[in-house]
Design a protein around this ligand. Structure first.
Ligand SMILES: [Ca+2]
Ligand SMILES: [Ca+2]
Length: 142
């Protein structure tokens, strides 16, 4: 094989490998992103996606997923203070981490509502959000 052909083949192989690595990275990003939320059950993938079982071709993001992506795929106090789906419940309340510090509120183990689905607010904590944040801070030792 001439050297120039060998060089082109090598370049093609490197490009193909880079594309495969890129796609594999995207496929795994959903689980990595989900791990950034302090509480994910029961909504799991549907916390961010319009489908509860997103795969290539139907992995569209809901309102919260779009805000999560716009926030650099980081769960923080800025994202917690938004009401992505506009249903009157802040993301932090729906996710179960009202101040967005990455730790679930109290003994919360499941999301109160879906942060990306309007009308799915859940019951939420029996306090207004400011009071709940102050109570949480006392137990967190902040
Ligand atoms: Ca909401
Ligand atoms: Ca909601």
């Amino acid at each position: 094989m001439p050297a120039s052909t060998q060089s082109r083949c090598s370049a093609a192989i490197v490009t193909t490998m880079a594309l495969v690595a890129c796609c594999a990275g995207r496929a795994g990003a959903t689980n990595l992103d989900m791990a950034r939320l302090p509480v994910v059950v029961p909504n799991l993938c549907a916390s961010c996606h319009v489908s509860a079982a997103p795969v290539a071709g139907n992995s569209g993001l809901n309102a919260f997923g779009l805000d999560f992506r716009a926030n650099g795929r980081v769960w923080d106090s800025d994202l917690a203070a938004l009401d992505s789906d506009g249903d009157g419940c802040l993301n932090g309340i729906e996710v179960g981490d009202s101040d967005g510090d990455g730790r679930a509120d109290g003994n919360v183990t499941s999301q109160a509502g879906n942060p990306g689905v309007a009308g799915d607010c859940g019951s939420g904590p029996p306090f207004d959000e400011t009071t709940w944040g102050a109570i949480k801070a006392m137990f967190d030792g902040d």
